[in-house]
Design a protein around this ligand. Sequence first.
Ligand SMILES: [Zn+2]
Ligand SMILES: [Zn+2]
Length: 210
Amino acid sequence: MTVFLCLAAVICGVMTWSFLEYCIHRVLGHDRRTFPNPFGSEHTRHHAEGNYFAATWKKSLVALAALALMAPLAIWAVGVLYGPLYAVAFVTMYVSYEVVHRRAHTHAGFTAYGRYLRRHHFHHHFENPRSNHGVTSPIWDVVFGTLEKPTVVHVPRKLQMRWLADPATGEVRDAHRPFYELLGKDRARATSPIEEPAPAREPDGLLSDP
Ligand SMILES: [Zn+2]
Ligand SMILES: [Zn+2]
């Protein structure tokens, strides 16, 4: 019985974070007009710059504050055995979310879950920011009717994830081609020395003012 209740406390902690992950992203991240807040500002910048993340020390502070707040509350509510388990599971899920989200932007997925998570999340980034608010799972998108199945994700070239394109060609790597397309010109190639016209010169030999 004790083992079952320990497991229940851990699952409750995991599900509490999962629910908050969805709500924080959807409400604080994407409804700043109704709820102006610092997370919303950071999240807007994350969308605008693609690979921007708030400083790790800020996130660590949030994790510690959450643990300091939740552990005594959980101990008070369900006791000294189940309370800490609940609080630790909650904070572990929060830290996992931060790691999973950052790696989705910085590294290609190498499991079916990793690849699905990236398509789900980048559909939110580049196709419809009103959909797919869950990052680590689509559960709450299903519950609240915001799930959209990603097809091909159209990624603006200047916001592309580091892992998406082959640096040699500037084009989407073969493995990702069925799921992602790059939008916009590859500026480095468009202005390559071969194609770039020679700068105009004034008759006295000085470069013309651009
Ligand atoms: Zn993101
Ligand atoms: Zn978002």
